[in-house]
Write a protein that binds this ligand. Structure first.
Ligand code: AMP
Ligand code: MN
Ligand code: MN
Ligand code: MN
Length: 301
C-alpha cells in the first residue's frame, strides 16, 4: 500500500498538436487590420496562444515589430504574409509562413504590388464617384495605417464614416465586390510566382480560406492539384473566413486529398471580425496540423 506523501511519478502530460492554440492568420494596421503588431502579440498572450503568425496583405512592414514583441513577451511567433493572387479569373489569397523577411524575392515583388494597389485605389474612387458617391480616397488613405498599403477595407471604413453604410460588412454587400458599384478588377500575382517567392525565402505556402473562392467544382479541384504540383502541402481549414459547414467540408477535403491543415482567426478588428486572436475554432479531428511536423516553430520566441 502506498503511504501518504509518496511522490507518484506521472508521465509528462503530452499535448496533442490539435490542442495547441495556434493562430497563423491575422492582420495588423500595416495592412487592413487596425491594431499595432505588438498589440496582436499581447492579445495572443492574453488568449493563451502558443504560436502566432502575422499575415498582412502584400506587405512585410509589420513583421519587425511583431517578431520583436514575440521575443519581448516570450510568445513564439512566425513571419507571415497573405499574398493576393489572380487565378482562373478569381482573386486567391496565398499565405506564406516562416520565411526570411529580408529575402529580396519577397520584398521587391511586394513593393510592386503595393504600387498597383495605389493605382487601383484611384480607380475604385472614380468608380464610386461614377455611381454618385462622394470621393473618399483621402479618407481611405487616412484609414490606412501604412501609407504603402491601401485596400478595400480602408474604403469600407471611409464609407461607414461618411454615413453611406452603417458597418463595413454592409459596404462589401453593397459596394466594392464583383458586380457592385466601386468594384474594379485587378491583376494580382501569378500563383506560380507567389509560391516561388515564398519558397525562395524559405517559407511554407498555405492556401488561405479555400471556401471563399467563386470557382466551379472542376476549377476548384484543378486549383488544389496545381497548388500541390507547385509544392503546396497545407490549406486553411479552421479560419474566421469559413462557416462551420465550410470548415467541415475542408476537413474532409484535407483528409481525403492529403493536405495538412492550418488554423487562423483572420482577425482584423474587434468590430469587424468573427474571431479574435487565438479564438478561431480548433482544427477538426483527423486533420494533420501544419505545425505538427514543425516543433521548431514553438521555440521562435
Ligand atoms: P483587398 O485585398 O484590398 O482587395 O481587400 C481584401 C480584404 O477586404 C479582405 O481581406 C477583407 O479584409 C475585406 N473583404 C473583402 N471582401 C469582403 C467581404 N465580402 N466582407 C467583408 N470583408 C471583405
Ligand atoms: Mn483583409
Ligand atoms: Mn484573405
Ligand atoms: Mn486575411
Amino acid at each position: 500500500m502506498a503511504s501518504m506523501g509518496t511522490a507518484v511519478s506521472l508521465p509528462n502530460p503530452v499535448l496533442h498538436p490539435h490542442d495547441l492554440n495556434v493562430d497563423l492568420h491575422m492582420h495588423s494596421r500595416a495592412s487592413d487590420g487596425v491594431m499595432a503588431p505588438a498589440e496582436l502579440v499581447a492579445r495572443g498572450v492574453e488568449h493563451g496562444a502558443s504560436l502566432l503568425a502575422l499575415t498582412d496583405h502584400d506587405t512585410l512592414d509589420g513583421l519587425p515589430e511583431f517578431l520583436e514583441a514575440g521575443a519581448d513577451l516570450g510568445l513564439p511567433v512566425l513571419s507571415g504574409v497573405e499574398i493576393s493572387v489572380s487565378w482562373g479569373g478569381e482573386t486567391l489569397h496565398l499565405v506564406g509562413l516562416d520565411f526570411d523577411p529580408d529575402h529580396p524575392a519577397m520584398g521587391d515583388t511586394l513593393r510592386a504590388m503595393q504600387a498597383s494597389r495605389h493605382e487601383r485605389a484611384r480607380r475604385i474612387d472614380a468608380e464610386l464617384m461614377a455611381h454618385g458617391l462622394p470621393s473618399v480616397l483621402d479618407e481611405a488613405m487616412s484609414y490606412a495605417g501604412n501609407p504603402n498599403l491601401i485596400g478595400r477595407a480602408h474604403f469600407a471604413r471611409a464609407l461607414v464614416a461618411r454615413g453611406v453604410c452603417s458597418y463595413t460588412q454592409e459596404v462589401f454587400d453593397r459596394f466594392l465586390t464583383p458586380g457592385k458599384p466601386g468594384y474594379v478588377p485587378q491583376e494580382w500575382a501569378r500563383l506560380s510566382d507567389a509560391m516561388g517567392w515564398i519558397q525562395a525565402a524559405g517559407g511554407v505556402p498555405v492556401l488561405a480560406h479555400p471556401a471563399r473562392y467563386r470557382l466551379s467544382a472542376t476549377a476548384h479541384w484543378a486549383l488544389l492539384q496545381e497548388f500541390r504540383a507547385l509544392g503546396g502541402h497545407a490549406i486553411e481549414v479552421a479560419t474566421g473566413s469559413h462557416s462551420r459547414e465550410e470548415t467541415r467540408r475542408y476537413q474532409r477535403i484535407a483528409v481525403e486529398q492529403g493536405f495538412a491543415a492550418s488554423r487562423g482567426s483572420d482577425f482584423h478588428s474587434v468590430q469587424e471580425s468573427r474571431f479574435d486572436v487565438g479564438m478561431a475554432p480548433p482544427l477538426p479531428d483527423a486533420t494533420l496540423p501544419v505545425w505538427a511536423s514543425r516543433p521548431e516553430w514553438f521555440s521562435r520566441a
